[in-house]
Ligand binder design. Structure first.
Ligand code: AMP
Length: 214
């Protein structure tokens, strides 16, 4: 099963993508995670990506597309994959369609996790990320056992630069301008499904699994 998760930043698509990946034994491919891992390792790609990420802008397509195309052709992605945070622009979506066409494949489903901007702004201000292992929390909905410390590794929890209010506002603008058109793109391909992302995570999960099994 080849799945795309669509939705605004903070809509909860990452959480749901992980659940799908576990259930279907397919890799969860998050471009945001790939950029953050590169940054942590101090690679050239990571340092270049950081400039854009910190400003709430998109990393240019030429830095993004090839890395995803390479990743989806790895052995562990033969039975399918869940894309989370990619594609984010029409050119990225077209590059994906073309790359798959060359190997005689198509995406199976694009799941749009729909959440209004007001809810996104509220959610992201409460997000905390571990500086050690990258685990994410929310001060209200997924609090750590000890305030400010990661349950998994004990390192400090911080508000990521790209989750700060001014950056979130910018990321939402970028989302509406560049990523939202993908909803139409996949609607036209006949593979778009939308779920209400304002529900509790377990209910969103149940809705998504209902669609995948349909
Ligand atoms: P995410 O963790 O998916 O919210 O991504 C964090 C940041 O990484 C985004 O705000 C972008 O700056 C960058 N990024 C992630 N995926 C992409 C993509 N497909 N295209 C361009 N930039 C991306």
């Amino acid at each position: 099963m080849k799945i795309i998760m669509l939705g605004a930043p903070g809509a909860g698509k990452g959480t749901q993508a992980k659940k799908i990946a576990d259930a279907y034994h397919i890799p969860h491919i998050s471009t945001g995670d790939i950029f953050r891992a590169n940054l942590k390792e101090g690679t050239e790609l990571g340092l270049k990506a950081k400039e854009y990420m910190d400003r709430g802008e998109l990393v240019p397509d030429e830095l993004t597309c090839d890395l995803v195309m390479d990743r989806i052709q790895k052995d562990d992605a033969k039975e399918g994959f869940v894309l989370d945070g990619f594609p984010r622009t029409i050119p990225q979506a077209e590059a994906l369609t073309e790359a798959l066409k060359k190997i005689g494949q198509v995406m199976d489903i694009a799941i749009n996790v729909d959440v209004p901007d007001e809810n996104i702004i509220e959610r992201m201000g409460g997000r905390r990320a571990c500086v050690g292992c990258g685990a994410t929390y929310h001060i209200v909905t997924v609090p750590p056992k000890t305030e400010g410390k990661c349950d998994r590794c004990g390192a400090d929890l911080i508000l990521r630069d790209d989750d700060k209010p001014e950056t979130v506002k910018k990321r939402l603008e970028v989302y509406h301008a560049q990523t939202q058109p993908l909803i139409d793109y996949y609607e036209k391909q006949g593979i778009l499904k939308t779920v209400d992302g304002t529900k509790a995570p377990a209910d969103v999960e149940a809705d998504i699994f209902g669609l995948l099994k349909a």
